[in-house]
Every structure is written in C-alpha cells, then in structure tokens.
Design a protein around this ligand. Sequence first.
Ligand code: SF4
Length: 291
Amino acid sequence: MPEPNRLLHPILDWYAENARDLPWRAPGASPWSILVSEIMLQQTPVVRVLPAWTDWMERWPTPAALAKEPPGEAVRHWGRLGYPRRALNLHACARVITDLHDGEVPRDHDTLLGLPGIGEYTAAAVASFAFAGRHAVLDTNVRRVLARAVRGEEFPPKATTPAERRLAASLLPGPGEAPAWAVGVMELGALVCTARAPRCADCPISDLCAWRLAGKPAYDGPARRGQTYAGTDRQCRGRLLAVLRQAHGPVPKQALDAAWDDDVQRERSLDGLVADGLAEVLDDGTYRLPG
Ligand code: SF4
C-alpha cells in the first residue's frame, strides 16, 4: 500500500491546477449552498445540477427561506434532477435547521448526521467543505480511486465496507490539508479516473497506482448494476411528478392516466409517490404536490 504522503501531494498539486470552477466551491460559498449542492450531486451529474442549484439558491438563499414554503414547492423546483425524495429531505432539513439551529447549518459532523436525509457521506462532505473539518469523504468517485490506486482493484465493493472506511481514515492528512485532499480525490475520480475509461496517461498518481502497475486486472466481483431507466417505475414516477409540477394546482386523475400507458405500473407508481409524501390525493380524487 502506498504511504499516504505519496498520493497526497501529487493529488493536491493536480487539483490546484485542474479543479473545476464550481459555484459551491467559490470562496465565501455559504454552508447552506454547499449542503444543497451535496444533496443534489448525490445522484445527479454536475452539468444537470448547476442550473438547478443556481435557481434554488436564488429562490431560497437561506434555510429559513425554504422552511417557509410548503414541501411541494421544493418538489416542484427539484425539476428533473431525479430521486425527488431528496427535495423533501432538503425541505425537512431547512425546517430543522431553522427551528433547532437558529437558521445556521451545524458545523459538527454528528449534529449534521442528525438532520433529515443526511447520511455519513453528506455529513462528512459538509463538515469538510463548509467548515474545513477533517473527515474521510467517501463518495463513489473517491471509493473508485482508492480501490484502484491503493487496493489494486478496478471497482470498489457495491456498498461501502469497514475496510474502505479504515483505508480512507488512514490516508487522511492533517487538518490543514484534509478538505483539499477530500475534494481533490473526488475530482480526480470525476475527471480522470472515471468508471469506464480512466485516463491513466493524464493521472498524477499513475506511477503509484496499484491497479495500473498490476496490469489492470479485470474486475471479478459481483455484477454491477446497469443504468437502465426507460420503462422503469422510476421513469413512470418522473412522468407523473412532471404533470403535478407543471399544474400549479390539483390535477384530475385523467391527466395522470394520460402520462403513462401501462395501468398497473402507473397505479403502482402513483401509490408510491403518495406513500413517499411526494404527492397528495384530495377528497375529490384530484392529485397535487404536498401542501
Ligand atoms: S492510474 Fe489510471 S486507474 Fe490508476 S488512479 Fe490514475 S486514472 Fe485511475
């Protein structure tokens, strides 16, 4: 296993030269804007997050501004980012931050973990990037870079393992460099050490990378999930939610029926939206975003 300091400086230097200029990384970006970006980026690429984040921050520059709105407005402005339960979680976060934390995003990792919908990754990312904390930030990009560079494997396990956490913790530099290390490894995974086509010739740690030095042995773990979307319940739910978002008021059931042909799948998806709190049925049988 390479010593931590062997990976650290090549990645810090590379990041200083190659980091994308993203608004949530700008000096003075508020902790709230960083929290919003982290939730949006969890399952959506940067290029789609950028306009949604900009719109969101103009509309709700503080947790208190969002907390005043009904949750349905958060779902409406989530737009087409996908996985819209994240919008409800952000709204719930805004209310808890406003009610229990004087409207300020908490700086402490454990307090962040107590916010609605905030998991280990997001708590570590916000504590690192908003408050310069020293935490192992393990997203899919970081996990892939460490799997390759240190463990010599093409892909990390499906879910984060204790061994990965121990490895990430062992590589953490001192407090001054920890946030830059975290974001640098993440950016390397996003731009160079990509899942399908790593650009090893452009990689600052190629001469240290265990997987490359071993001749890039083929992945032999469990089958990796594909990205199928067409025809899934997720696509159906997206279509139904789009109808509700565009309506600015209750919509008759027929409008939803027209959005998806397969009756069984449509009803199942609609039930799912209601059960998840993303839609409401009114007494007259019409549907709307949660009020
Ligand atoms: S050398 Fe290639 S596989 Fe290894 S970390 Fe760099 S880009 Fe990834």
